[in-house]
Each structure stands twice: as C-alpha cells, then as structure tokens.
Write a protein that binds this ligand. Structure first.
Ligand SMILES: NC(=O)c1ccc[n+]([C@@H]2O[C@H](COP(=O)([O-])OP(=O)(O)OC[C@H]3O[C@@H](n4cnc5c(N)ncnc54)[C@H](OP(=O)(O)O)[C@@H]3O)[C@@H](O)[C@H]2O)c1
Length: 257
C-alpha cells in the first residue's frame, strides 16, 4: 500500500486529502502544528478506513521542524509515494502593513517548505521510478495583488519547472489552483469579510476541490483548476494586464491599513 505525506492536514483541504486518500487505501503521514487536531483525525481515519496514520506535529516555519519532515520523506525504509504540499495561509494585510517576521513566516511555509520537502522526497521517488508531488496553489497565483499571490505564483511556476525536470523519470508533478473554498482559511479577523463579500456561488467545497485535484493527479495533469467557473476566472485573470491587477494591490492596501 502506498504512503502519502500531507502538510496542513489538520483542517480544510489537507484533512479532506487525508480522508479521500485513506478511503482509496493509502497509508498516511499527516503534518501540521496542531497535534490535538492531527491525533483526532488520525484516530477517526484509522477506525473508519483501517489504514496506518502517522502523526508528525511540525511548524513548517521552524527550520528544525521542517528538517524532521524532510528526514521522514527521505526515509527509504518507509517510502512516501505522494507528497501533498498543502499547508498555507493568508495574512490579509499588505506587505507594508506586515512586520518582517510575518512576511518571512509566509515565505518559509509557502515557498521554502514546499521546495525543501520536494527536494527531500524526489531522489527516492526517482530511484524507485514512480511517485508524485502535488502542490496546492491558488487562483490568487493569476493575480499580482499581494505577497500571498506571489508565493502561490511561485508554487505554480515551481511545479512547471519540476514537471519538466521530471519528464521520463516516472515521477510526476501537479499543482491544484483552488478558488474560494469553505475551510478555516478565511476565519481570521483579517479575512473574515470574504464570507460576506462573495456570493455562495463563488465558494467551492473542499470535497469537490480534492476530488478534482486527485483525478488530475491520476491523469498526470500538470495544472488542475477545480470547477468550470474558476477555469473561466483563470482565463480572464490571465488576460488582464498586470498594470490593472497591480492597481488592485493599492486599493487593497488603502482598504486594509
Ligand atoms: N480556502 C481557500 O479559499 C483557498 C483557496 C486557494 C488556495 N488555498 C490554499 O489551500 C491550502 C489549504 O488551506 P485551507 O483552505 O484548507 O485552510 P485551513 O483550513 O486554514 O488549513 C490550513 C492548514 O495549513 C496548516 N498550517 C498553517 N501554517 C502552518 C505551519 N506553519 N506549519 C504547518 N502547518 C501549517 C494548518 O494547520 P495548523 O494550524 O494546525 O498548523 C492547516 O492544517 C493553503 O495552501 C491555502 O493557501 C485555500
């Protein structure tokens, strides 16, 4: 049975990846900071799906914790066949309003950690001739309106680079581009206004996002955008000149400071 390591598995999309992959008979290693939530999820999944679930409590913004997760990924005695780089969050404030520690933590969790973990996982996957990396980006990757968008853009471009590098190895790289999804992501005071700002039709369910992501992964699709409506949003957003999307950064900054 193949083993999957999922970051940010304590809630939202990560927990949904855990449930769907366990239902498909994969053993799991689940990673996040909240050990209690991970333990609770592990207990439920073990009893419902009968698979093995390892809990790895780690803050991906802390180098020693990140290295513990990297060491687990590189452990040839218990190989990982799929790495889901899912952990992430938005600060809801502009670059100018954030202190450096906040900005650096976002880079650590959403840029450095996915790169480090892919770097740890890939040598074993390539040597075995099979495996996959699945990165969770965002529709924000198509916009140039926040550092969060820039990190998610990096993850999209990083996946393209990996997919090219991995051609012919038997190992694949995919990225999923979710639109607004009902998780804990928008529960912070800085982001809670999203719940009222967007109509219910704009919101996706974690179940649908993860189902589409895993179907794309099985087909080895490099870029997976769940739902027709967000595929349209992606096409439109990519056609808008950067000079226009840049202006939305200034509007957001004035609104949030
Ligand atoms: N929801 C949306 O509308 C949406 C849209 C596009 C993309 N996304 C992306 O989807 C991914 C999952 O987010 P979600 O919507 O499922 O939100 P969520 O419910 O808030 O889940 C975020 C997960 O990331 C983990 N995490 C955050 N900081 C971490 C850190 N320093 N170290 C380790 N784990 C950390 C959290 O666990 P702990 O707090 O326990 O550490 C949690 O498990 C993120 O990358 C997000 O950017 C979300």
């Amino acid at each position: 049975m193949a083993t999957v390591l999922i970051t940010g598995a304590s809630s939202g999309l990560g927990a949904e990846f855990a449930w769907q992959l366990a239902t498909a008979r994969h053993d799991l290693v689940i990673v996040a900071r909240s050990r209690d939530r991970l333990d609770e999820l592990a207990t439920s999944i073990r009893s419902a799906a009968g698979v093995s679930v390892e809990v790895l409590a780690a803050d991906l913004g802390v180098e020693s914790d990140l290295e513990r997760v990297a060491t687990r990924l590189a452990d040839a005695s218990s190989p990982i066949s799929l790495l889901v780089n899912n952990a992430g969050y938005g600060s809801g404030r502009s670059f100018l309003a954030n202190d450096w520690a906040t900005e650096k933590a976002m880079i650590d969790v959403m840029v450095t950690a996915p790169a480090r973990l892919a770097h740890a996982a890939l040598p074993g996957m390539v040597a075995r001739g099979h495996g996959a990396i699945l990165n969770v980006s965002s529709v924000a990757a198509h916009l140039a309106n926040s550092t969060y968008a820039a990190h998610k853009r990096w993850l999209l471009d990083f996946t393209h680079a990996l997919a090219g590098t991995l051609a012919g190895t038997g190992v694949s790289a995919s990225v999923v581009i979710p639109g607004l999804t009902r998780t804990r992501f928008h529960d912070s005071p800085e982001l809670s206004h999203y719940h009222d700002a967007f109509p219910s039709a704009a919101w996706l369910s974690p179940e649908d996002v993860v189902t589409a992501a895993l179907a794309g992964l099985r087909r080895r699709t490099v870029v997976v955008t769940p739902s027709a409506r967000y595929r349209v949003v992606g096409v439109v957003a990519r056609s808008v000149p950067r000079s226009v999307t840049r202006r939305t950064s200034a509007v957001r900054r004035r609104g949030r400071e």
